[in-house]
Design a binder for this molecule. Structure first.
Ligand SMILES: NC(=O)C1=CN([C@@H]2O[C@H](COP(=O)(O)OP(=O)(O)OC[C@H]3O[C@@H](n4cnc5c(N)ncnc54)[C@H](OP(=O)(O)O)[C@@H]3O)[C@@H](O)[C@H]2O)[C@H](O)CC1
Ligand SMILES: [K+]
Length: 567
């Protein structure tokens, strides 16, 4: 089985070039590669063209191999007996340009942008055409578009004709979804061989339209490992953990959710309910005393650990001790949603995860950590370890060291973290998932705003901090410290509602409790959250939806994932 799987692996421009090179090293020729990819792209185009009453196709041809593909596609359209003409940008007739020569041999009409300074020919062609193939630029575009070609793209978009983009819509940066000035607004995009990161990342992803993949014989082996995967229904499904019929509460794991405050009680409710709806066995909500009564009055499916406050809205370091005392049985800990960022709450969080506080340093370690150096007796150490190991549990109780289960830090937990110098020292290489949105990410990085290449930002941060990072935006990115990346390309405005992040954090913790590794738990949480969001949109539309609509559709989302669809 090839190591590279279309629809699963996503490439960068450099990776696709390495793949092409390897295919050539293994005996393929460049014309072979182009012929194969272009055949698949033409087939997608022809299915649409064939449905039009009097189709006439205009093919835009650039100077590189994307334009080469477009010329081969033009021939296939001609062979299928549909009228076709080409408009060439910076592509001069040259003897060694075989795609050009082959198209010319078929007597396909050619117009040259170089002879059309006012774009009159182009406008005429657009008026007499019913369909456009965009082969101006593919993965070779990595600088702002020249004004002349930007104008060509604007005219094509203004024509409102359906466009099929060859590999990527021209104007898109294939590596990061950036738009180089302007971009073809494609109704269809056919990726050559594999999808590229840019297909899945906004703002460019909004112009991709329906995305298909043209088959391309992939080399069986690649020196450079394929590290980016696509979170689609199939891949999400593959992550769902088995649910033994004889399972019980502890089989499915206990989750401790530390969330909520006087001003933000709803976040606690959303995060804890999502953890419960993740399939976890038991959820305990550790929330400030000031909201305990009202929360417990309507959230009945979780157990509670009311936490002491300095005053309503501000926790104390003593609350951390209380959580530590209960943690031994828990397989995952979520901290942050709606906590607020008061000073006492900051002290609480530092103490909870064993980060140095202004007053003193508490030792905290993590579950499953080899490097855990638990502090000596009675010093109140905290580390990561495997929960519910009776001996260690007893030892922890006797000696004081606290073992943290896999941890999710979200929202205000991240805002507090960002105020602590070298916060990553404690978390590095531990089973930790951070779930920042763009603003929280900037704070964690100590920057005003993050770079435009979000996958790169997330990957570098995950590697630097040694934790899994879920960078939330219209296209959520999940980066593992070992360099793996998962992209969830389906933007869903129904998910962009207050409280949606609390649900994602609760789901992630719930899946960690069920034994998934951080990168897998994060992907599945993003995936099932997305499926629930899609169900909300299907049923209620995009406007007026609230976070609890998503929460209520989580069971259906699981059913859709495990039973393969709803009736
Ligand atoms: N398996 C596969 O993925 C296959 C992909 N194929 C197709 O090949 C293209 C990539 O082709 P490439 O030639 O590397 O690059 P492009 O065609 O995208 O563009 C390069 C040309 O564009 C010029 N350029 C670049 N930026 C600009 C700009 N801002 N303004 C104007 N012109 C620009 C560039 O000129 P230079 O001056 O930089 O040299 C090039 O002339 C891929 O996307 C697929 O469609 C193959 O078919 C094989 C299989
Ligand atoms: K293109």
């Amino acid at each position: 089985m090839p190591k590279i799987v279309p629809g699963y692996h996503i490439t960068t421009a450099a990776q696709i070039r390495a793949i092409e090179q390897r295919a050539v090293d293994e005996g393929a020729t460049w014309p072979d590669l182009m012929a194969e990819a272009s055949r698949g792209m033409a087939d997608v185009g022809l299915t649409v063209i064939a449905k039009q009453p009097n189709p006439a196709v205009l093919v835009l041809v650039g100077s590189g191999n994307n334009g080469g593909d477009a010329l081969v596609i033009a021939r296939h359209i001609k062979e299928a007996d549909f009228p076709v003409s080409c408009y060439l940008y910076k592509r001069k007739p040259q003897a060694d340009d075989w795609p050009f020569a082959a198209a010319q041999a078929e007597a396909i009409p050619m117009s040259f942008a170089a002879d059309d300074s006012q774009n009159q020919q182009l406008q005429q062609l657009l008026q007499t055409s019913t369909f456009v193939i965009d082969g101006l630029f593919g993965i070779g575009l990595s600088r702002p578009l020249a004004a002349d070609v930007a104008h060509i793209i604007d005219l094509v978009n203004a024509s409102k004709l359906p466009v099929l983009a060859v590999d990527v819509p021209s104007g898109l940066d294939a590596d990061n979804g950036k738009i180089w000035g302007t971009i073809i607004n494609a109704a269809y995009t056919v990726a050559a061989g594999l999808t590229k990161r840019g297909h899945h990342l906004y703002p460019g992803a909004a112009y991709v339209g329906k995305l298909a993949i043209a088959p391309f014989t992939l080399p069986d082996s690649m020196e450079e490992p394929m590290t980016t995967t696509e979170l689609n229904l199939a891949t999400i499904r593959s992550l769902v953990p088995a649910r033994p019929v004889d399972g019980h509460k502890d089989t499915f794991g206990r989750v401790m959710v530390v969330a909520g405050s006087y001003l933000y009680p709803g976040a606690a409710w959303l995060a804890a309910t999502a953890a419960a709806r993740s399939g976890a066995g038991v959820v305990t909500l550790a929330c400030p005393r000031s909201i305990y009564g009202s929360t417990a009055a309507h959230l009945h499916e979780v157990t509670y650990l009311p936490l002491p406050e300095v005053e309503p809205g501000e926790l104390t370091e003593a609350a951390a001790k209380l959580v530590h005392e209960k943690l031994a049985k828990y397989k995952a800990l979520l901290v942050g949603p709606g906590l607020g960022t008061e000073t006492g709450t900051g002290d609480f969080l530092r103490a909870l995860i064993g980060l140095a506080s202004s007053k003193r340093r508490l030792g905290v370690g993590f579950l499953g950590s080899n490097e855990l150096e638990l502090p000596t007796k009675r010093k109140g150490g905290v580390g990561f370890g495997l929960a519910a190991r009776p001996k260690e549990e007893a030892k922890a109780e006797e000696e004081g060291p606290v073992v943290l289960p896999p941890l999710v830090i979200d929202a205000d937990g991240l805002n507090i973290l960002a105020t602590i110098e070298h916060w990553e020292e404690k978390l590095r290489d531990q089973p930790v998932v951070l779930t920042p949105h763009i603003g929280e990410m900037a704070r964690l990085l100590g920057e005003e705003k993050i770079g435009e290449d979000h996958p790169q930002v997330a990957l570098e941060a995950a590697a630097r901090w040694g934790v899994t990072v879920v960078l939330k935006s219209a296209h959520t990115i999940i980066a593992s410290p070992d360099g793996r990346l998962a992209l969830h390309g389906l933007a869903n405005p129904a998910l962009a509602t207050a409280g949606s992040g609390d649900i994602l954090a609760g789901l992630t913790a719930g899946l960690l409790a069920q034994g998934l590794a951080p990168f897998e738990a994060a992907q599945l949480a993003v995936g099932v959250h997305g499926v629930a969001g899609a169900l909300v949109r299907e049923e209620l539309g995009e406007r007026g939806t609230i976070a609890s609509d998503i929460l209520n559709r989580l069971p259906l989302a699981w059913r859709k994932l495990t039973e393969g669809g709803l009736k």
